[in-house]
Design a protein around this ligand. Structure first.
Ligand code: SAM
Length: 302
């Protein structure tokens, strides 16, 4: 499944492409000493394609790289209990939205009372937490800038230019709620490292709310003729479900709600951190195909 086919003119000479590849791989933050190399040939070209998608604007004529989902669409795509959990947060608590796009969900949440439709009232309470939005590319709108200025005191922050794994714990701090709607969880090329980082940023007792689209569902009721986007296998090449893998993480409680009524078989996932010593079973990347969302295949370490 390839979604972008045209190369940027001027990248056509072999020398220039090697230089660009090195720069992009460094920007991606891939560790030079990866002990297990991905098996797919020319995978770095797929990373280049993916980088172009992150910085694309508008549709390519087929699908849209959607960056403007509001809070009601977050509520639809996240597990039940998300709005209640958001509503329980107090003014000293913190919410991190990974892969926030334009940050609409946070904007809806902070919109003045009466300025939102009832569907946008997810999690609204008197005292609001601080919120941090992160995105690889800067998609702040004028509405974001105005709202941030109106609220002041860094109540809502927008960080961009890096992937989640490139932030130090001090830069981000800890959070009671972390959300990810078609963000890093869907796009990363290192899923185990990504989840490990999320759990380190979560306070004990806090929750990570996300979804996995185009996956094998835990209840086995996958959409007929499903196209899988994220596939996991064990050391013998046998399929592993994303929720089975998540349930092997220590110090967490994982809840999965299978949804086969959406375009693709999808799991709505909640991970609650119950103690500090989390440990995520490692996986290596076997294949990556640029797209929105990308296709990925991982293999669990034996
Ligand atoms: C398809 S958009 C989704 C935006 C928003 N959540 C929404 O539903 O409208 C994907 C977002 O995830 C971000 N993203 C992808 N991988 C990421 C990573 N590893 N770390 C941080 N942001 C990431 C992109 O930069 C972008 O902001």
């Amino acid at each position: 499944m390839r979604t972008v086919n045209s190369w940027v003119p001027g990248w056509q000479t072999a020398g220039a492409r090697v230089v660009v590849l090195v720069v992009i791989i460094q920007a991606l933050g891939l560790r030079a000493g990866w002990s297990q190399e991905p098996v797919q040939p020319r995978i770095s070209e797929e990373f280049l394609e993916q980088e172009k998608i992150y910085h694309s604007r508008g549709a390519d004529g087929r699908r849209i790289y959607t960056t403007d989902r509001g809070l009601s669409r977050y509520a639809e795509r996240l597990p039940s209990g998300f709005c209640d959990a958001l509503g329980r947060l107090g003014s000293s608590d913190r919410w991190l939205d990974i892969g926030a796009g334009e940050g609409h969900a946070i904007l809806d949440y902070y919109a003045p009372e009466g300025a939102t439709a009832p569907a946008e009232k997810c999690g609204r309470s008197g005292a609001k937490p601080r919120a941090v939005a992160i995105s690889i590319e800067d998609r702040r709108t004028d509405a974001w800038k105005q709202q941030a200025a109106r609220l002041g005191d860094d109540r809502i922050r927008y960080l961009f230019g890096k992937r989640l794994r490139q932030y130090s714990p001090e830069e981000l701090g800890k959070f009671q709620i972390i959300t990810d709607v078609y963000g890093g969880f869907t796009y990363t090329e290192d899923l185990s490292q990504f989840v490990d980082k999320v759990l380190r940023l979560l306070e004990v007792g806090g929750g990570f709310y996300t979804l996995a689209t185009g996956v094998r569902c835990e209840d086995g009721k996958d959409k007929l003729g499903s196209l899988y986007l994220t596939e996991l296998e064990d050391a013998f090449g046998r399929d592993v479900k994303v929720c089975s893998w998540l349930k092997k993480i220590s110090c967490v409680e994982v809840t999965c709600e299978s949804k086969s009524d959406l375009e693709r078989s999808t799991e709505l996932i909640k991970i609650r951190k119950v103690c500090g010593d989390t440990s995520v079973p490692r996986m290596k990347l076997l294949e990556y195909e640029a797209g929105y969302p990308p296709g990925r295949r991982f293999q669990l370490d034996p």
